[in-house]
Design a protein around this ligand. Structure first.
Ligand SMILES: [Zn+2]
Length: 77
């Protein structure tokens, strides 16, 4: 009779995600995997913070680029 913990791991196959920050392959809880809607989850709280910062920087960068583009167009006309 195997211990309860190993029986649990046999029944639940943990899906693997690739961390979008450090590229590490890591197990994700099936519930979290379903909640992520196909997005790759980060492997650790540290990577999660980094990822949030990356997304924010990218979004702000796109806004800045858009503003620059619109300003250039206004100057042309
Ligand atoms: Zn990571």
């Amino acid at each position: 009779m195997p211990p309860a913990s190993s029986r649990f791991s046999i029944q639940l196959t943990m899906p693997f995600h690739t961390c979008p920050v450090c590229g590490k392959r890591h197990e994700v809880h099936p519930v979290l995997d379903r909640l992520s809607y196909g997005n790759q989850l980060t492997c650790s709280p540290h990577c999660k913070i980094t990822f949030t910062r990356l997304v924010r920087t990218r979004t702000l960068g796109e806004v800045q680029e858009r503003k620059k583009f619109l300003r250039l167009r206004q100057e042309e006309n």
